[in-house]
Design a protein around this ligand. Structure first.
Ligand code: PLP
Length: 396
């Protein structure tokens, strides 16, 4: 094979060269006297990515799923009532985990294509005068459907109800890519993973925690060991970890955090918004295709889930793209299998790379039987990119 296999899945994403080079180093001593300065500065700078002034960011050697579990087991008790909603494979899996860990899950079922049902949440919080609900869970960006929810609105619903529940947010495919304001939105636990907006290999679960969540962890009784906040705090306070850290990935994280903070988080978000809009223009141009996201208020700037035209099996589109055009597209998950393919547009990407991905999707769609105009999606995306101002500040 010549060239390389192109990646348009919503994580893992492309690792920029400076990040990759920073990881290509000899093994190092994770108890060296100067390792602590590196760790202390890194954890501090991560708070700027999360937009957190108080609280902490923990970095666990795990993936997003492990960080989900860390958030729950450190702050809640078996039998606690939690408010959750399910509208795609990842919100579904988090609810399943909460149930398996022994929480009493009050579940709002939402049509796939929409997101967190803020009005339902508000009504339930208003009605919960005894504050039985201990935590409210939101999947900020549902990667399976390309749907982004309004976390600030959930915070307002909590405040208007005068409700003390902890606010848990899954930001695995939003943090470091689309606007996320952990402090201003009063988020207590914010989950992410290294392989998406952070532009790294999989292997780190990142977790932003508020002071309120740390306080809750001191009295919560759910068993936890490897993911213990208390153990992590004791070691992080001295600049080390309670177990062998993934030092090379941390070195890469240092560079990706620098890239983002040097550009400014607003610039990172703007770049993703511009790229996403290019993909949406292409989808509009493809006859018979449509987004799973039900309306613009739900559109995701990191991933687009796309219904194929009637009679076109999305699995054919994905396998043709992979084998014939060396391009990985995301698959339709769970009940969307066969009906949907996804284009991930997060991480280290630029308009020309994205035009290549759109081009591959377009060829594969036609190969799979879609009657779309050749070049129509690429042309629509090109015109969008031509007419919007490039954000040169974040050239990777
Ligand atoms: N939450 C969301 C929104 C995700 O997209 C994913 C993975 O794609 C996860 C959780 C699970 O993360 P991981 O696969 O890193 O365990």
């Amino acid at each position: 094979m010549h060239g390389f296999q192109h990646l348009y899945i919503p994580g893992p994403t492309n690792v920029p060269d400076p990040v990759r080079q920073a990881m290509n180093i000899p093994m190092e001593d994770m108890r060296a006297p100067d390792f602590s300065d590196f760790v202390t500065r890194l954890l501090d700078d991560l708070k700027s990515v999360y937009r957190l002034k108080s609280g902490r960011v923990f970095v666990f050697p795990t993936s997003g799923t492990g960080a989900w579990e860390a958030a729950i087991t450190n702050t809640l008790n078996a039998g606690d009532t939690v408010l959750m909603s399910r509208f795609g494979q990842f919100s579904l899996l988090w609810a399943d985990m909460a149930d398996r860990l022994g929480l009493n899950v009050e579940l709002c079922e939402v049509e796939w294509g929409k997101g967190v049902p803020v009005e339902d949440y508000a009504a339930k919080l208003q009605a919960d005068k005894d504050h039985r609900i201990r935590a409210v869970f939101c999947t900020h960006n549902e990667t399976a459907t390309g749907v982004t929810s309004d976390i600030a609105a959930v915070r307002r619903a909590l405040d208007e109800a005068g409700h003390p529940a902890l606010l848990f947010v899954d930001g695995v495919s939003s943090i470091a890519s689309i606007e996320f304001e952990m402090e201003d939105w009063g988020v207590d636990l914010a989950v992410s993973g290294s392989q998406k907006g952070f532009m790294l290999p999989a292997g780190l679960g990142l977790l932003g925690v508020s002071d309120k969540a740390i306080e809750a962890s001191r009295s919560a009784t759910m068993p936890r060991c490897y993911f213990s906040f208390a153990d992590m705090i004791a070691f992080n306070d001295t600049g080390y970890f309670p177990y062998t850290p993934a030092t090379q990935v941390l070195r890469g994280l240092r560079v990706s955090v620098d890239m983002m903070l040097d550009a400014g988080m607003e610039s990172v978000w703007a770049r993703h918004a511009r790229l996403a809009q290019g993909v949406r223009r292409a989808v509009e141009a493809w006859q018979g295709c449509s987004l799973v996201a039900a309306a613009p208020e739900w559109y995701s700037d990191t991933v687009s889930a796309i219904y194929t035209p009637d009679g076109v099996d999305a699995r054919d589109v994905i396998s043709t793209a992979y084998y014939k055009y060396q391009t990985s597209l995301g698959s339709g998950l769970n009940k969307l299998a066969g009906r949907v393919f996804r284009i991930g547009h997060l991480g280290s990407l630029n308009p020309v790379m994205l035009c290549a991905g759109i081009s591959a999707a377009e060829m594969a769609l036609r190969d799979a039987g879609a009657a779309i105009e050749p070049g129509s999606g690429v042309a629509a995306a090109q015109e969008h990119f031509r007419s919007t101002t490039p954000d040169t500040a974040l050239a990777p």
